[in-house]
Every structure is written in C-alpha cells, then in structure tokens.
Design a protein around this ligand. Structure first.
Ligand code: PLA
Length: 497
C-alpha cells in the first residue's frame, strides 16, 4: 500500500496543507495505511475512513476548535479533498490488474535491452538483425538522406493516407517484388496494401486468413523467425511446423520439408522465407524451390512468402526475388509480406506491404477491399514518411541505382565478416571441427549451433549478446571483433555443454 502512504506525503498533499495552514488538513493515520491488505474492498476502506474522520473531528470539536465543529464548511472541504486523493491512490493501488502477470522479455528485442544495461567495454550486440557500420554504428543510407532532403524541400504535407497507403509506394513495391514487366502487374492481378513493415503485413494477412479461411492452418518452418508464432497465435490462426533444419548436416532437411508439406491438410497456408531464411541462413536451391512449388500446387496449398531481406541476401533485388517469381510464374495465387527495414535501413519507419496475387483482377479487387476493411479498425491508415522515401528512391533512376550500390556494399560487408569469422575460427580451433557451414549460410545471420547454455556463456562470460537459439547477427559484427568472437565461440562450444 505504498502509494496510499504516498497520497498523504505527496507534493500535492503538502501544497494543500500549506494553503490551509490555519486549518490543518485532516490526514488519515499513516501507520494504518501500510497494513491494509492488497485487494482490500474499497467500501471497507471507505467505511473505515468515515469512522476515523468522525472520531478525529469529534475530538477536535471537544477541544473547542471552531472549524472543527461537525458541519463546518471549511473542515468538510478539506476532508473531501483528502478523501478524494486517498481514494485515487487506492484505486491505483488496489489494482484491477492483479490478474496481469509480468511478460517475459522478447527473445530478440529483449536482447538489445540487456545489451544496453551491460557496462563492459568488450560487449557486442549480435542479437537483433540490424545493420551496423564497421565502427558498429547504426547506418542511415545516403540515398535515404537524399530522398528525405528532397521531401523537405518540396514541403510535403501530413494529410492522412488512404487506408491502402501511398499509391506511388504500392506501385513501386509490387514492381520491385514481382518485376515491373511481370504480367500479374500488367493484368491487375495483385492486391497491394502498404502496411506496418513486415510484421504488420504478416499480421494483416493472418487476420485475413482467420476471417476468410477459418478452417485452414498455417505451416511454418522449424525453426523460424521467433515472431511468426506470436503473429499467428494472436490472430487465432492454428499453425504447426514442417521440418527445415537438419542439425546433423547443418543444412536443409529437404526430404523432411517436402514430406511435411505433403502431409499437411489440403489447402494449408505454407509460410516460406523468400530468401535468407531467418534464423538458419539456409535457403533451398532453385531446383529445390521447383519441387517445393510442385508439392504446394498438388496439395492445393497457398504459398505465403515472408520477404524481409530482398536485396540484402545476395546484394541483388532480382536474385533475392527468385523464389516468389517462380511461384507467380506458375500462375499460383500467392501471399507475400514485404519489409524495407533491412534493405533500405528503414527499421523505425515501419514500412512494408502485403501483396496478394489473385487469379483475376476482379478477385484482386475483392481481396484488397477486405484487407482495407481489416486495416481500418486496426490502425486506420499507414504512416507516410517511409512510403515516400521508398517511392522516391525506387521511382528515380539515379537514386534507384545509388540504392542498389549501397545495398551491395552492406551485403558485401556482411560477407566479409562472415569470411573473417570463419578464418578466425578455423585458425584458432585446433579440434579439427569443420566451421565451413558458416560460409554456406547467407544473409544477416549465422546459426552457430550453440545451444542455450552455450549461448548463455557467450553473454555471461564474453559479453556477446545473441538469441538463445544460437543465432548471431553478422550485420552487428566488425572485422576487428572477429578474433574476439571466435575465442568466445570456441570456448562456449568446447567447454560448455
Ligand atoms: N520477417 C522476418 C523473417 C524477419 O526476420 C523480420 C525481422 C521481420 C519479418 C519483420 O521485420 P519488420 O517488421 O521490421 O519489417 N527480424 C529481425 C527483427 C531483424 C525482429 O525480430 O523484429 C530479427 O532480428 O530477427
């Protein structure tokens, strides 16, 4: 009941007391307040309060104080003020939220919070997938700064966007994903909605599945990005996993994946990572993608791509869109969630899109209308700033070229640290362990194979912050830190079980 005690000693309370010096305000005996049990019924407190106040006023009356007489206006006003304050404090303290437990920290974003709290100079944040420079500083792309300068010069307004987002963005984003010449765009088969980055796009699609395919389930890779399960859970969409990662080969369990997709109930949604699978960094080969598409088509499943790293995996926007375009080329209906957090470094702008490729323009119109209907009560309409940046960069041939160059540089820096980490591990580890799987993985991450206890050792002993599934973000690593990281990995791998 600390806040009830606060109510009688707060600055507001002292101000009231100062104002009524001649007539000291009534205060409840503070020693009683801390002993009131939590969850105490408010009416009990009220009853106690009246009895206590009456006793107090009665005593003062007996001493002959004029103001203290029962019924005196000033005395009652003071009493009412105090009563209100304490009731407010009690309303906060005897909480309606007793049944709300503390949530655990987020397995990915919580790592950054723990990193911030660490004061050791050696600390390294390899948790969240956020690109850093060689100096381990956040990076704003030059082309983004250029686009923002232009926007400022043009003096653009802050009016609401339509529910579906900025038209120029929606056009640019679909063209980037499918290719500007793709017949699905020319024929108006794509329903595109600007949404709140990759996460918001996935969430909107999940709400759509829940509403229009209530019988369907989503199958997701094991393992997958940690938030996928949260998204489908919160949208009340049932999901199960298909095999993906094989710890024995530290590669793709292709047979397992195909068998599980085949075994899923007909018409399931198959969630696929368009490129740079998170967390494993292992992607199917083009031939394997063909086979995956075969099974999905045979079983009348719905492919649902999460494309969070287009251009960031290989350095080429087209190469990284290969898988999505392959499915679209087969004439399949497809869901694709897109994000500009990584490839344009627009993490905090929350800019992305949900695209649904449909079999006819009229179908696309209906799907889009329902996506808008879902978005309106969720967040009404999306933010404008990131959408304008993307539209300006993609829509201007010079800036578009500059973006591709910067993206190649970012992807190149990650490849360099990947190579250097492998070199350091191979040179330092005398056990003969083969670390070449690191070179076979692509994208921002390396899936090290370290278990939870070993990952804990990385953090507790070496101040290397990473997710507990053994994933490290190479985008947060510098060449200068590779030797240190290799020492930490070797120690954790060989000396901790
Ligand atoms: N899909 C995948 C596969 C992702 O890895 C991420 C981000 C997203 C979608 C969503 O990103 P967005 O909402 O910012 O567009 N994954 C990060 C960050 C980079 C995170 O967990 O939110 C990660 O560290 O895994």
């Amino acid at each position: 009941m600390a806040s009830a005690a606060f109510a009688v000693s707060s600055p507001a309370a002292s101000a009231v007391a100062a104002r009524s010096k001649a007539r000291p305000a009534y205060s409840p005996p503070p020693q009683l307040l801390p002993i009131l049990p939590p969850g105490l019924n408010i009416s009990c407190v009220t009853a106690w309060w009246f009895v206590d106040a009456r006793r107090c006023l009665g005593e003062e009356g007996a001493r002959g104080g004029r103001d203290a007489a029962w019924g005196s206006r000033g005395r009652l006003a003071n009493y009412a003020k105090n009563f209100g304050r304490v009731m407010m404090a009690l309303a906060v303290d005897v909480s309606r939220f007793e049944g709300v437990p503390m949530a655990p920290p987020d397995p990915i974003l919580g790592v950054s919070e723990a990193f911030k709290a660490d004061t050791n100079d050696l600390k390294l944040n390899l948790g969240v997938g956020a690109y850093r420079t060689e100096e381990l500083q956040p990076y704003v792309l030059n082309v983004v700064k250029k686009a923002e300068k232009l926007m400022l010069e043009r003096g653009e307004n802050k009016e609401y966007l339509p529910i579906e987002g900025l038209a120029a963005f929606n056009k640019a984003t679909a063209e980037l994903l499918f290719g500007a010449d793709n017949p699905v765009i020319k024929q108006g088969l794509v329903a595109t909605l600007q949404a709140l980055s990759g996460t918001g796009s996935l969430r909107l699609a999940a709400a759509f599945i829940q509403r229009y395919f209530p019988e369907a389930k989503v199958i997701i890779s094991s393992p997958t990005w940690g938030n996928h399960k949260n998204i489908f859970n919160d949208a009340r969409v049932p999901w199960s996993e298909y095999r993906y990662y094989d710890p024995k080969t530290v590669g793709l369990d292709f047979e397992g994946m195909i068998a599980d997709i085949e075994a899923a109930p007909e018409g399931s949604f198959v969630l696929l990572h368009g490129c740079a699978h998170n967390p494993t960094g292992i992607d199917p080969t083009p031939e394997q993608w063909e086979k995956i598409a075969d099974v999905i088509q045979e079983k009348k499943h719905m492919p649902f791509f999460d494309v969070a790293y287009q251009g960031f995996a290989s350095g080429s926007l087209d190469e990284d869109a290969f898988s999505v375009r392959l499915f679209v080329k087969r004439g399949m209906e497809v869901f694709v969630a897109q994000s500009y957090s990584k490839n344009l470094g627009l993490y905090a702008e929350r800019i992305g899109a949900i695209n649904v490729v449909c079999s006819a323009p009229e179908v696309a119109d209906r799907v889009k209308s329902q996506l808008k209907r879902l978005a309106r009560p969720m967040y009404s309409n999306p933010p404008i700033h990131g959408a304008k940046i993307v539209a300006n960069v993609v829509g201007d041939p010079t800036m578009f070229g500059e973006w591709k160059q910067e993206m190649e540089q970012m992807a190149g820096r990650i490849k360099n640290v990947r190579q250097k980490l492998y070199d350091s591990l191979s040179a330092k580890d005398k056990s003969g362990k083969d670390w070449s799987f690191i070179l076979r993985q692509i994208g921002m991450f390396s899936y090290t194979g370290l278990n939870k206890t070993q990952s804990d050792n990385m953090t507790d002993k070496w101040h290397v912050y990473m997710t507990k599934d053994g994933r490290i973000s190479l985008a947060g690593l510098s060449l200068a830190k590779c030797d240190y990281l290799a020492d930490a990995i070797i120690d954790s791998f060989h000396n901790v079980n």
